[in-house]
Design a protein. Sequence first.
Length: 421
Amino acid sequence: MSYRGRDERRRDPFSSSGDMYTYNEFVDYYGPQKGREAWEKGGAGAPAGGSNSNNRNTKYYIGQKVRALTNLAGDKGQTVKQGSIGEVTALPGRGSNVDPAAVAEVVIDKVRFDARWDMIEPAQAERPPRRDDPRANAPVAQQRGRVERRADPNYPKSRETYTYDEFVREYGAREADRLWAKTAPVAAGARVGGRPAAPAARAVEPRAKAEERRLDPNEPTSKKRYTRAEFVEFYGPKKAAKAWAQAAPSAPAAPAAVEKRRDPNDAGSKKKYTKAEFITEYGKKKGEKVWAEAAPKEAAPVAKAEKPEKRRDPNEPESKKKYTKEEFITEYGKKKGEKVWKQAAPAEEPKKEEKKAKKVEEEGPAKRADPNETSGKKYTKKEFLDLYGEKKGLKVWKKAAPKAEEPKKAEKKAEEEGPAK
């Protein structure tokens, strides 16, 4: 079947703009194969000259059932299939957040968007709401150039009022109808329960805080904010909780404390100044120099006073009392005092090597039994080296070193030998 030469126009299914094109325009833009595919996906369009002209003049009201005229795409990738049924939730006008170019705000398949006249149509021929129906109040008020506002009965202490559209966005169409009717103002002098109603008292409670809105962390380039309910509606409860937590505003960092110092050129003052104030007063170069001079000086660690050395007086061999050098000089005079002080110096202990050499001289060189002999005869280290050579001799000498007996073996040996005679 050929579509060429037709004047029929259809919406582009690959675009969210909603603009309509002829078959030839689809082919020119996408090519023969994809153009035909787009034309068929676009569904039945409007006759030549645009969409149904009656749709342009259709008046909608809140709560009205509507049908999608074509496949629609949401701003977050959601899709609404052609023919899906939804509901009008708000109308454009003064005090409304609906796009002025749209005919209504609708929710279809849980997707909320501002619909133009060529995107929706009434789902069925139905009469508009009665004048006493709360759904009719908001649009009538808007047509008169004003928007009626009522208090939310769920917050009786709040002085804040809301439009009907705000009720719908917060609670949905059905619950909003109930609350809007519940808060209808009572005319002065009207009878309630058989008696004239008292005029409504003016609330004096503080205003309720506006519902918090946060940026979507998955849309880093967008500046649009959403409520928690909108997060849940889009992501689902579990994922929405995580995204809401990520979108929480971070606490501002605490300002760092600015260091201040006293001016060394103003010794009588206890006032302190910042580095910037020093530079302003003295200029860049001199200001930094004076700032450095004003740095607090660290107190030097107090060294513990060493006790003066004391020595015994060699002229008092029987006394154990000790005296300082000054006391020696006071007692004997400067020259003799220093001489006696030197005599009183303790004798230096012999070094370890000297002690060892002296021990060897007294006891003779150490001897060990040769482990390769059973005679038990002992030899010096020099004799081991002469017999086995330097390398092997040292090895055998180390092997011949006496081993300390373990405590248990020593006790057992003592028991076997019996008591000493």
